[in-house]
Ligand binder design. Structure first.
Ligand SMILES: Cc1cc2nc3c(=O)[nH]c(=O)nc-3n(C[C@H](O)[C@H](O)[C@H](O)COP(=O)(O)OP(=O)(O)OC[C@H]3O[C@@H](n4cnc5c(N)ncnc54)[C@H](O)[C@@H]3O)c2cc1C
Length: 403
């Protein structure tokens, strides 16, 4: 039986570990955290990510834990739409929103009983790619395998050893995320129902700042997650704030004070312990390969370890799921030797060109969305009147449909 070690139990690591085990690999999963868990915010998953979940055998339970996004587009701070995509014919192209802990639970359930899970293990050394089999170590213990998967996130140690040319750089902004649970959101939902701007979500951009919100499940409806509520993300230019969460919420209230309803209400209804701050970073350049030969086997990079990008498209987790599905399929029926080495090359060829293309679009869209230069009129014109840019962005997203 071929052997794999997966470093990191985020969305990508959990997905690939479960998928390799399903394909008769003996898998060890190493996670530095003391247990397997997701954070308490939510995620949008684009059709490509949904398709990957189906390929990974996790599609059937998705409807129970996710809510479709029925309205998509970009608004100005006064609520006026710049770009709107709510064409019912495109409904199959719409993303869903899912609580991250629910997605994590589904992925953990998908691991089955055959995987060796080691938590509290921080990998510290990686054997260089070359003539010897791949291996990683943590302190005195070394794990050698036919395949080592680096799923250890944007600051990946595995990637730093294999592709040192890829550097982690600041995307120039900081993001905050929160889910306001339903039991504290009832008044907000009534307000949303009355909004002329459309109450179900979307993104608003202005003066370098951005705000997105989405409804996660419905109050009291059967089958939806008990972790439902209203999910929001705010993005602001500049570095992470050192203040307490209470002070960060006060700053957010001030920054978004003049923005259309319900943005101020959502920030006001958020508890400090629901707030998660993210300094936004990305990987540049993208590693020259996502698969590296080592003796009769090799290493593969997936998810943010391979191609972290700023959250302009809200697509990183979905792309990690795609990587997992493509890598696991490439490894089906493969054992150590030339077939495995060839499968690693096939994985790079299948994923890297698309990832580079989406990364390029993301950086361009991010530059326009965040732009202060020339004032917001110039940016609004770029978004509203330059269908080329928005069209290319949305085809990048539609291009995510099939892994
Ligand atoms: C503000 C914001 C909003 C976003 N919104 C969305 C969205 O709506 N939709 C979407 O698809 N994506 C979104 N993303 C991107 C998404 O969160 C990431 O792309 C995704 O979580 C990457 O998953 P991953 O498994 O590759 O890495 P991670 O989730 O970072 O997991 C890496 C794991 O490896 C472990 N680890 C790290 N180093 C070691 C080590 N040395 N030894 C052992 N274990 C280690 C970590 O503890 C962690 O568990 C967003 C990102 C941000 C910042």
């Amino acid at each position: 039986m071929p052997t794999a070690v997966v470093v990191g139990a985020g969305i990508g690591g959990l997905a690939v570990a479960g998928a390799l085990a399903q394909r008769d690999w003996s898998v060890t999963l190493l996670e530095r955290g003391d247990r397997l868990r997701g954070d308490h915010a939510a995620l949008l998953i684009w059709p490509a990510g949904i398709h990957a979940l189906h390929r990974l055998g996790l599609g059937p339970g998705l409807a129970e834990i996710s809510s479709p996004i029925t309205e998509r587009g970009i608004r100005r701070p006064d609520g006026q739409w710049l770009v709107r995509q709510d064409d019912p014919a495109a409904a199959g192209e719409m993303p869903v929103v899912v609580h991250r802990e629910d997605l994590h639970d589904a992925l953990v359930a998908g691991l089955g009983g055959r995987i060796e899970i080691r938590t509290g293990i921080a990998v510290r050394t990686v054997r260089p790619a070359g003539s010897a089999a791949p291996a990683v170590s943590a302190g005195t213990t070394t794990w050698e395998a036919d395949l080592v998967v680096g799923a250890d996130g944007v600051d990946s140690l595995v990637r730093r050893r294999l592709a040192p040319e890829a550097a982690v750089i600041s995307a120039g902004c900081t993001a905050w995320r929160a889910v306001i649970p339903w039991y504290r959101a009832s008044d907000l939902v009534e307000k949303l129902d009355r909004l002329p701007t459309g109450g179900t979500g979307g993104e608003t951009v202005g003066a370098g700042h951005r705000f997105r919100y989405a409804l996660l499940g419905h109050r009291g409806s059967a089958g939806t997650s008990s972790r439902g509520g209203i999910y929001w993300t705010a993005t602001v230019p500049g570095a992470a704030r050192p203040e307490s969460p209470v002070a960060q919420l006060a700053l957010l209230r001030r920054w978004f004070a003049e923005w259309h309803a319900p943005i101020g209400d959502l920030i006001a209804a958020t508890d400090p312990d629901e707030l998660i701050q993210h300094p936004v970073t990305e990987l540049w350049p993208v590693p020259r390969a996502f698969g590296f030969h080592a003796g009769p086997g090799g290493y593969a990079l997936i998810g943010d370890a391979a191609h972290a990008m700023a959250h302009h498209f809200s697509a990183g987790a979905g792309m990690a799921l795609q990587d997992a599905a493509v890598l696991a399929d490439a490894m089906r029926g493969v054992t150590a030797g030339p077939a495995l080495v060839k499968a690693l090359d096939a994985y790079t060829q299948a994923r890297r060109p698309e990832v580079v293309r989406i990364g390029r679009q993301s950086r361009r869209v991010g530059a326009v969305l965040a732009s202060n230069r020339g004032g917001s009129r110039t940016r609004d014109a770029a978004l509203g009147l330059a269908p080329g840019l928005v069209g290319r962005a949305s085809s990048a997203l539609r291009g995510l449909r099939r892994p």
